[in-house]
Each structure stands twice: as structure tokens, then as C-alpha cells.
Design a protein around this ligand. Structure first.
Ligand code: DGP
Length: 114
């Protein structure tokens, strides 16, 4: 299921270009358009899920996290450490209403977030 108005569904459909770094039947990883770290990749489900709060398929959640881990290894950031985060809803800072995990690394990341 996809949503014609959804930016990330349109990336999945190939209607909007993106630099893909990993893909399988259910998940897609591509580089963030405004990278906040030397490596900044988004991992998304191919079917439309609005946010983590709308995710009911545990197997899909596990597949997304496995792809995030595999992307970190492939990008060469796993040994030094990295961050996987999903912003959820208005207070969480979510700006695109399609579930996505940010994979960030390649520099020392600060904590806590703002
Ligand atoms: P969030 O604020 O957590 O919903 O993150 C949305 C991210 O999506 C943000 O880091 C920028 C990224 N983004 C927005 N539009 C595009 C786009 O058209 N292409 C790509 N590759 N990334 C996008």
C-alpha cells in the first residue's frame, strides 16, 4: 500500500530520485537530503506506515532495524559507533509522515538531543 501524497512513497515508487544504499522486498535505505553527519541514511518500509506509532508489524520493525545495522556496517561506521533514531509526531520532530529510521555516524554525536 502506498500513498500518492507521501514523499517517501514517491521515492519508493521511483517518482522522486534518491541515492539508494540498500534495498530488499520490504525496506529501502537512501541518503538523507540534508545530512547531519558524515553518514546519514534513512531506512524506511516500502509500504506506507505513518510513524513508529502506526507500526503494528513486528517483523517489519525487526527488518528495518536489521537493515539499519547492516547499513552502518557497510558504511564503515559500526566499529566507532553510530545512532539509529526515529522522530515520532510533532513533539518528536517528525517532518515526513512515513516511518523512517535515521542512521547517523562518522563523527562523535552529542547527547541529549535538543
Ligand atoms: P524527520 O524530520 O525525522 O521526519 O526526518 C525527515 C528527513 O527526511 C530529514 O532529515 C530530511 C529528509 N528528507 C526530506 N525530504 C527528502 C527528500 O526528498 N529526499 C531525501 N533523500 N531526504 C529527504
Amino acid at each position: 500500500m502506498s500513498n500518492a501524497q507521501c514523499l517517501f512513497c514517491r521515492i519508493v515508487a521511483g517518482e522522486i530520485p534518491a541515492t539508494k544504499v540498500a534495498e530488499n522486498a520490504d525496506c529501502l535505505a537512501f541518503r538523507d537530503i540534508g545530512p547531519q553527519a558524515p553518514t546519514h541514511v534513512l531506512v524506511i518500509p516500502k509500504r506506507h506506515v505513518g510513524s513508529l506509532d502506526a507500526l503494528s508489524d513486528g517483523a517489519l520493525g525487526a527488518a528495518l532495524l536489521a537493515m539499519a545495522r547492516d547499513v552502518a556496517r557497510a558504511e564503515g561506521i559500526a566499529a566507532d559507533g553510530y545512532r539509529v533514531v526515529t522522530n515520532t509526531g510533532a513533539n518528536g520532530g517528525q517532518s515526513v509522515a512515513h516511518l523512517h529510521f535515521h542512521v547517523l555516524g562518522g563523527r562523535k554525536l552529542t547527547w541529549p538531543p535538543g
